[in-house]
Design a binder for this molecule. Structure first.
Ligand SMILES: *Cc1c(COP(=O)(O)O)cnc(C)c1O
Ligand SMILES: [Zn+2]
Length: 500
C-alpha cells in the first residue's frame, strides 16, 4: 500500500517523525550523558547504562490505541527501513534516521503453537517464538541491527569514521556482529573474541565466513569478556556486546512483536527467556515496561527467566526472598548444552535488578520469576519439542524445561499461555543432539540419554548383494535392478510393511 491509501489519521505517523531526545543514564549514580559518543559504562562511577528517550512523554500525547493502529498499518507499508525491528522506531531508536537503518531481514520471527499432544504433556497452551529464523540464526540480530544502524548514523553524520567493532561471544553475538558489520564493510572492520573450543563449529563458521578477524582465547566467555572490556577501556573501539545499550534497545522489539501478535492483550501471557549474560531478559522487561507506560498494553505479562544449574548466578540471587539481603555472587560455570548461556558473571545483572524491581512494582505484585533446570531436562525437552514439529535449539529446550518446572511450582497454571524463546536455530547446536544420540556426553554434563529419544540412521546393505552403486561406477541394468529390489525388500522388512 502507498501512503495515500492509509487512513488520514494514520498517514502522518506512518513514517516516523518523533526524533526523541535519547541519552545514556547510569543505573548507579543516575548521571545522564549525551549519545554523541559511544559509552558502555558510566565515566563517573563505572556502572552499566541504559538509554532513555527524554521526550517519550510526547508519544503519550496519543492514546495507546493510536500506536497500536500505527504499528498494525505499518505492516502493510513497503518501506525497507521499517520492515524489521524499526517497525517500532519511536520506541527503539527515534534518533536514527531511516537512511541509516541497516535491515538484513531480522525480527518478526514466527510464533508456532505447540500441537495438542505436546500441550497436554506440558499442561498449558504454549508457543515457540523461533528466533533461529533471524538472518544469523539467533535473536542477537535484533540488537546488532540497532547497534549497527546507530553506528551507521554516526558515520553518515561525520561523528566517527573507520570504526573497529569488537565483541566477546559465546558464538551467536560474534556471528551477528560479523554479519551486520560486513554489510558496512567499507567503513567498519570487525574483530571477535571467542573462548577456544567453547563455540560450536557452525557458530565459528559464521564470523569466519563474514570476514571478521576471529581470535580464540583459552577459558570461558567470562574470560573473553574481561579482555574485551580491557580493550574497550584502553583503545578506540566500538564494543558490540550487550553492555552496549543500543543492543538492548533493538532486542526490545521481541516484546513489541509478542504484544502485537497477541492483538495487544498480554494479560494472560507468560514470556519465558533463557538467561546468559542477561541482556535479553533486560530487553524483554524493558520492552514490556515501555509499552505499558505508553498505554499500548494494559497489563504486564509474567516473565520467567530460566537458567541451567551449571550457570545459575541470576537464579541464585533471587533465591533470597528479602530484597535487602540479596547479594550477587558470580558462579564458576560447568559444561552446559545451553552453551550460549554458559555465563557465570552476567554483565547486565545491575539492569536486571533495577528492572525486575520496577516491573513488579508497576504490576502491583510479583510478575517476574526465575527457575533453574538441569542439563538432562534441557536436552530431553529440546528433543521432545523437535519430535513435535519444532526447530528448538538447546536454549529453546531450556525454555520448555523451565516452563515445566514453573508449572510444577505453581508459577504458571493451565490458564496461562506461554511464549517460549527458542533463541537460536537447532542446527547451530546439533552437536549436542549428536552426543545424545551416540551416548557420548562427557561426564561433566551429567546427561544420561533416554533411549526412547535416541535416533540413529540405519545403514542398509543387503548381505547377498554382489554389487552396490559407487560414485563414477554405474551398475549394469541387471545389477541395478537387483540392488533396488533387494534394498527395498530389506527396508520393507525393517518397517514391517505388508505387500499390496
Ligand atoms: C546469547 C544467547 C543466549 C543468552 O542471552 P543473554 O542475553 O546473554 O542472556 C541464549 N541463547 C542463545 C542462543 C544466545 O545466543
Ligand atoms: Zn554512574
Amino acid at each position: 500500500m502507498k501512503p495515500d491509501d492509509f487512513p488520514k489519521e494514520i498517514r502522518d505517523h506512518l513514517l516516523p517523525s518523533h526524533a526523541g531526545r535519547m541519552m545514556y543514564r547510569c543505573l548507579g549514580c543516575q548521571q545522564e550523558y549525551g549519545i554523541e559518543n559511544l559509552l558502555y559504562v558510566c565515566p563517573a562511577c563505572g556502572e552499566v547504562l541504559l538509554i532513555y528517550d527524554g521526550d517519550v512523554d510526547q508519544l503519550k500525547k496519543f492514546p495507546g490505541e493510536h500506536w497500536q493502529r500505527v504499528f498494525d498499518y505499518r505492516k502493510m507499508l513497503h518501506e525497507p527501513a521499517l520492515k524489521g525491528i524499526y517497525r517500532y522506531h519511536e520506541f527503539i531508536g527515534p534518533v536514527v534516521p531511516l537512511k541509516a537503518i541497516v535491515y538484513l531481514g531480522e525480527g518478526h520471527t514466527p510464533m508456532v503453537e505447540a500441537n495438542a499432544a505436546l500441550q497436554q504433556n506440558v499442561g498449558l497452551r504454549f508457543y515457540f517464538k523461533n528466533e533461529g529464523q533471524n538472518p544469523s540464526a539467533s535473536f542477537k540480530d535484533r540488537g546488532m541491527a540497532s547497534a549497527l544502524s546507530y553506528i551507521q548514523y554516526l558515520l553518515q553524520s561525520g561523528k566517527v569514521s573507520e570504526v573497529l567493532a569488537i565483541c566477546a561471544s559465546t558464538g551467536d553475538t560474534s556471528a551477528a556482529a560479523a554479519l551486520y558489520a560486513s554489510y558496512l564493510t567499507s567503513q567498519i572492520t570487525s574483530a571477535v573474541l571467542l573462548p577456544h573450543k567453547k563455540v560450536t563449529p557452525q557458530q565459528l563458521s559464521q564470523p569466519l565466513g563474514s570476514g571478521a578477524i576471529v581470535f580464540e582465547i583459552p577459558g570461558v566467555f567470562d574470560d573473553c569478556m574481561k579482555v574485551v572490556e580491557a580493550l574497550s577501556e584502553t583503545y578506540n573501539v566500538a564494543l558490540l556486546n550487550s553492555k552496549n545499550a543500543w543492543r538492548i534497545l533493538g532486542q526490545e522489539s521481541y516484546s513489541y512483536e509478542i504484544a502485537q501478535d497477541f492483538e495487544w492483550d498480554v494479560s494472560r501471557l507468560a514470556v519465558v527467556v533463557p538467561i546468559g549474560n542477561a541482556g535479553n531478559i533486560t530487553a524483554v522487561l524493558s520492552g514490556f515496561l515501555k509499552f505499558y507506560e505508553a498505554g499500548i498494553i494494559a497489563a504486564l505479562p509474567k516473565i520467567l527467566g530460566v537458567q541451567s544449574e551449571h550457570a545459575n548466578p541470576v537464579y541464585r540471587y533471587y533465591l533470597e526472598p528479602d530484597p535487602a539481603k540479596r547479594r550477587f555472587e558470580p558462579v564458576t560455570v560447568k559444561p552446559s548444552v545451553a552453551q550460549a548461556a554458559m555465563i557465570g558473571n552476567p554483565v547486565s545483572m545491575p539492569r536486571v535488578i533495577h528492572l525486575v524491581q520496577r516491573y513488579n512494582q508497576l504490576a502491583g505484585g510479583q510478575r517476574v520469576f526465575f527457575v533453574e533446570v538441569n542439563e538432562q531436562a534441557i536436552m530431553d525437552w529440546q528433543l521432545t519439542a523437535n519430535r513435535n514439529g519444532h526447530i528448538a535449539c538447546t536454549h529453546g529446550g531450556e525454555s520448555l524445561a523451565g516452563l515445566v518446572a514453573a508449572k510444577k511450582q505453581g508459577i504458571v497454571d493451565g490458564a496461562d499461555v506461554a511464549v517460549l524463546n527458542s533463541t537460536a536455530h537447532a542446527l547451530k547446536f546439533s552437536g549436542f543432539q549428536e552426543m545424545y544420540f551416540t551416548q557420548q556426553f562427557p561426564p561433566g554434563f551429567n546427561i544420561k540419554p533416554d533411549t526412547a529419544l535416541i535416533n540413529a540412521p540405519v545403514y542398509i546393505l543387503p548381505k547377498d548383494l554382489k554389487k552396490a552403486p559407487a560414485p563414477g561406477q554405474p551398475l549394469s541394468a541387471k545389477d541395478f535392478k537387483q540392488f533396488v529390489d533387494r534394498t527395498a525388500a530389506e527396508i520393507a522388512a525393517v518397517l514391517g510393511l505388508i505387500k499390496k
